[in-house]
Design a protein around this ligand. Structure first.
Ligand SMILES: [Zn+2]
Ligand SMILES: [Zn+2]
Length: 372
């Protein structure tokens, strides 16, 4: 890699007495403009390297002093080798300035760990109360033998010779349509820009190993089926110390045969016999909070809905609860004995219109007022 003989201050567009902050700012702007991921200009990569080199020299007081005094020759005699920065430090700059995003999370040595998904299933009643559950998942963690760099202890890590540490290769092809530049991750180093002399025997050079992990997850009351809980930083380890990914725990709420849930409301049915409905009764019904005595007035009608206010599902991360609505179903006898048939017939002979007449609602009252 040819080292530039251009003036470093000129390259960054700063004066010779520029402060550290000014140099940083200038580099930040130029890097944004020239990074091969961003710029399509054919000389962008070359210019980018020059700018990085200039920054590398001017951002450190020792090399800057050397350069100020003796110029490029001073740096060379001082052992500075431009173009040989290991890409770790280059992408560290980017991670520090722009987050990993500019490098697309691929090209740099430092890459944030991947997110991972786990799933658990809980009962509706637990979803109502909130519950703590242990969630198992497999996570990539830094290998303890190599400390995450993938190299067998004692062996060297070198800048990838194929991509020169960039982690990516550009293929330029010319055709009648023009010039195409295709960028791909370097197959030799897998995009890290570094290769190891001898891969770590435990992780085979990956720097990370899979580990079974269990975490207690607090499931908040009111969670809905399919919702995810994020466990920040508990996912796969990043490379070269970059931050770990997140774990997304998908919560499946098992349907409860006793209830139907709709948003925060709960629906259920209760069966009354014809006589219970007519005479009124007290019976036990299932609720989210357990069995409950329900009083039903004489003359309860099929299709009537009894509302237990505030007895539905809790509002997730909010206040209060939905309602529990109980639909009354009245069952009519299907198989009568002779005696029962006789009694019902007798009952019917004692009935008249008033026996079945509903209490007048507001609408009926208005109607009879107008229609007489
Ligand atoms: Zn290892
Ligand atoms: Zn490479």
């Amino acid at each position: 890699m040819a080292t530039t003989e251009r003036d470093y201050y000129e390259l960054l567009g700063v004066s010779r007495d520029a402060s550290e902050a000014e140099i940083k700012k200038a580099f930040r702007g130029l890097a944004r403009e020239l990074h091969p991921d961003v710029s399509d200009a054919p000389d962008a990569q070359e210019r980018f390297r020059e700018v990085v080199e200039a920054y590398e020299v001017l951002s450190k007081s020792e090399t800057r002093e050397l350069y100020d005094r003796y110029g490029h020759a001073g740096l060379r005699s001082g052992g500075f080798q431009p173009g040989h920065f290991d890409l770790g430090s280059l992408s560290d700059l980017f991670a520090a300035f722009f987050g990993d995003d500019l490098l697309g999370g691929r090209g740099g040595g430092r890459t944030r760990g991947a997110d991972l998904a786990a799933a658990i299933e809980i009962d509706l009643v637990d979803a109502a109360r909130g519950v703590k559950r242990e969630v198992p998942f497999e996570v990539a963690v830094p290998c303890s033998r190599c400390g995450g760099d993938g190299a067998e202890p004692g062996s060297e890590i070198v800048t990838c010779p194929r991509c020169g540490g960039a982690g990516r290769l550009q293929h330029v092809s010319r055709s009648v349509f023009g010039e195409f530049v295709r960028t791909q991750a370097c197959p030799t180093c897998g995009g890290s820009g570094r290769t190891v002399e001898k891969p770590c025997t435990v992780c085979s050079g990956a720097g990370r190993i899979l580990e079974e992990r269990r975490l207690d997850v607090e499931i908040p009351p009111g969670i809905h089926d399919g919702q995810r809980i994020r466990l920040t930083g508990e996912g796969h380890a990043g490379t070269l110390g970059a931050r770990a990914g997140d774990v997304y725990v998908q919560v499946h709420v098992r349907p409860d045969p006793r209830f139907v849930r709709e948003a925060n409301d709960i629906f259920s049915n209760v069966d009354l016999t014809m006589t219970e409905a007519a005479l009124g009764t007290t019976l036990a019904v299932e609720t989210l909070d357990g069995e409950e005595e329900l009083e039903l007035a004489p003359g309860t009608q099929p299709g009537q809905i009894v509302v237990l206010r505030g007895r539905g599902m809790p509002v997730l991360q909010g206040f209060g609860r939905g309602d529990h609505r109980i639909l009354v179903n009245v069952v009519v006898p299907r198989h009568l004995t002779e005696e029962q048939r006789r009694l019902l017939a007798e009952f019917e002979s004692h009935s008249h219109e008033g026996t079945y007449k509903a209490e007048e609602g507001l609408f009926e009252k208005l109607k009879s007022m107008f229609l007489g």
